[in-house]
Design a protein around this ligand. Structure first.
Ligand SMILES: *Cc1c(COP(=O)(O)O)cnc(C)c1O
Length: 497
């Protein structure tokens, strides 16, 4: 008779991970542990904790790509150990980035001759791209002012109050004053007339947005270009334009090829786009393209010797992964113009299905535009009992992540829910979402007005002291403020990127 012997050590290679001691000890959060743990246990524990993150595919808050073809996933994994900066060792990867720059520059109608290389660079995202474009404008402006013998220590940049946070970062990190054109009720993008009024001799550029983060609307770059050309003629200042096409740069060329927003307009000197938004690549890639060599001051460029040839570089970071560059090249050649156009048309169609479904409920005002980034931004018509933050909160229970946020000045009293339609958000999901939003509305209807009830109670206690009458707008502002505080207390970011 053979007697089998049981292994007694707590070894996951013998026991199942869940039978080991590793799943019952708490993991280090501050100091690194003294001892190692088996790889199976490390994998299982981390994997399981990550289950509590939301499902990226249902994250309707983000523009950033959450799905790519398995063939591209394979290319990405194969390049995961390649440092992009080692251009000598990985010359083909460098070549692929240069090809992407050329293709995107052509898409944006850069004035290039046949076979002429475009001026641009791959970045980690639009934020880095915007830092680089902003630096180029700042340096060009400083050089000009120095030549003229004028002070060059108070540069400013003109944008709408709807700019993405990276512009505020640029302004603070690189010491440029941010002059924001305020929004107003019913108009949530930069007014070109007001922007041009704000331009002065110290303005390094006006930044227009193609696809406002808040409601997807395209700013009127053509009008801005006209007005600024007139002002430049009058003043001799030559103020240029940058277009932040983070989300719209891969939409407009396919859906609205006639729309003039890019290098067709003479004052547009640089454009950024997020490869990881509608460029259809996973997070970690953006692009900045300059109109011509003259628009990127030579002193900002570093020259790397790349197989005996000169490879100019202009980035903030040194090492980074190569996978995203390769993935971008995959998408550009795999999809071609036809493929991108089909994807963008599908997104637009599904945005319309969602928009019409929401309109049918009769409960929402649509804040997004038909021409723009395929997203649906909407507000409750009546938020006296329940507001958009409650809709967002209850939708989470159905698995949907739909952010609610307030507009920037002077439209802070408007709260918006936003659903970004990405490639992987199919019609079935759009229809489901409408059904679930209807359920949420029904549920809210049966609930007491939470915050509003509290505010009314406060009002009544106040009434004993003095009669306080509030306008509907004041009540709305208070409700919004209370919810903002509640949400801010729970997490510091509002989930809108
Ligand atoms: C997303 C976004 C950015 C920031 O882009 P990242 O690629 O995430 O760094 C900047 N501007 C606009 C308009 C955006 O939508």
């Amino acid at each position: 008779m053979v007697l089998s012997k049981t292994a007694s050590q707590s070894d996951v290679s013998v026991h199942s991970t869940f039978a080991s001691r590793y799943v019952r000890t708490s993991l280090p959060r501050f100091k690194m542990a003294e001892n190692s743990i088996p790889k199976e246990a490390a994998y299982q524990i981390i994997n399981d904790e990550l289950m509590l993150d939301g499902n990226p595919r249902l994250n309707l808050a983000s523009f950033v790509t959450t799905w790519m073809e398995p063939e591209c996933d394979k290319l990405i994994m194969a390049a995961i150990n390649k440092n992009y900066v080692d251009m000598d060792e990985y010359p083909v990867t460098t070549e692929l980035q240069n090809r992407c720059v050329n293709m995107i520059a052509h898409l944006f109608n850069a004035p290039l001759g046949d076979g002429e290389a475009a001026v641009g660079v791959g970045t980690v995202g639009s934020s880095e791209a915007i830092m680089l474009a902003g630096l180029a404008f700042k340096r060009k402006w400083q050089n000009k002012m120095k030549e003229l013998g004028k002070p060059h220590d108070k540069p400013n940049i003109v944008t709408g109050a709807n700019v993405q946070v990276c512009w505020e970062k640029f302004a603070r990190y690189f010491e440029v004053e941010l002059k924001e054109v305020k929004l107003r009720d019913g108009y949530y993008v930069m007014d070109p007339e007001k922007a041009v009024e704000m331009v002065d001799e110290n303005t390094i550029c006006v930044a227009a947005i193609l696809g406002s983060t808040l409601n997807g609307e395209f700013e009127d770059v053509k009008r801005l270009n006209e007005l600024l050309q007139e002002k430049n003629k009058r003043t001799g200042w030559n103020t240029p334009i940058h277009v932040d096409a983070a989300s719209g740069g891969f939409i407009a060329p396919f859906l609205y090829p006639e729309l003039e927003w890019d290098f067709r307009l003479p004052l547009v000197k640089s454009i950024n786009v997020s490869g990881h938004k509608y460029g259809l690549v996973y997070a970690g890639i953006g692009w900045v393209i300059w109109r011509s060599k003259e628009d990127l001051p030579e002193e900002l460029i570093f020259h790397i010797n790349y197989l005996g040839a000169d490879q100019p570089t202009f980035t903030l970071n040194f090492s980074k992964g190569s996978s995203q560059v390769i993935a971008q090249y995959y998408q550009l050649i795999r999809l071609g113009y036809e493929g991108y156009k089909n994807v963008m048309e599908n997104c637009r169609e599904n945005a319309i299905v969602l928009k019409e479904g929401l309109e049918k409920t009769g409960k929402f005002t649509i804040i997004s535009k038909d021409i723009g980034v395929p997203l649906v931004a909407f507000s409750l018509k009546d938020s006296s009992r329940h507001n958009e933050f409650e809709v967002s909160e209850i939708l989470r229970r159905f698995g949907w992540i739909v952010p609610a946020y307030t507009m920037p000045p002077d439209a802070q009293h408007i709260t918006v829910l936003r659903v970004v339609i990405r490639e992987d958000f199919s019609r079935t999901l759009a229809e489901r979402l409408v059904i679930d939003i209807e359920k949420v509305l029904h549920e809210l209807n049966s609930l007491p007005a939470r915050v509003a009830a509290k505010l009314v109670a406060n009002d009544q206690s106040l009434e004993n002291v003095a009669v306080v009458k509030k306008t509907a707008r004041e009540v709305q502002l208070e409700i919004t403020a209370a919810w903002k505080k509640l949400v801010a207390d729970r997490k510091k970011t509002n989930g809108v990127c």
